[in-house]
Design a protein around this ligand. Structure first.
Ligand SMILES: [Zn+2]
Length: 102
């Protein structure tokens, strides 16, 4: 049995957010550092199709700007993201270890 740990992420711990095109999988990485720029999401650089719906792009942009705001100014609310158990990572590491020993 693998122990499961509660993993909480503070917005200040987030460095970059990766947004992938639903059509071709090309990813845009948004740098949340103070020098980073949050560009308006639009056409995909891979397939030139729209990255999701208008509502999704607006939601993603709002989320990115909220993250940036929490990082810069803090929040009255203590916002934390809880990650799901990473059991798949432990299984992958175990498999890699077995492959390495073989
Ligand atoms: Zn694309």
């Amino acid at each position: 049995m693998n122990p499961e740990h509660l993993m909480l992420v503070d917005p200040a711990d987030l460095k970059k957010v990766r947004i992938e095109c639903p059509t071709c999988g090309t990813a845009v990485t948004v740098d949340l550092s103070p020098d980073g720029h949050i560009a308006k999401l639009g056409a995909c650089v891979g397939c030139e199709g729209e990255m999701g719906s208008v509502a999704e792009r607006k939601a993603a942009t709002d989320l990115l700007q909220a993250l940036r705001g929490w990082q810069r100014h803090g929040a009255a609310l203590r916002v934390r993201f809880e990650l799901s158990p990473m059991a798949h990572l432990a299984a992958a590491a175990s498999q890699a270890g077995r492959a390495h020993k073989a």
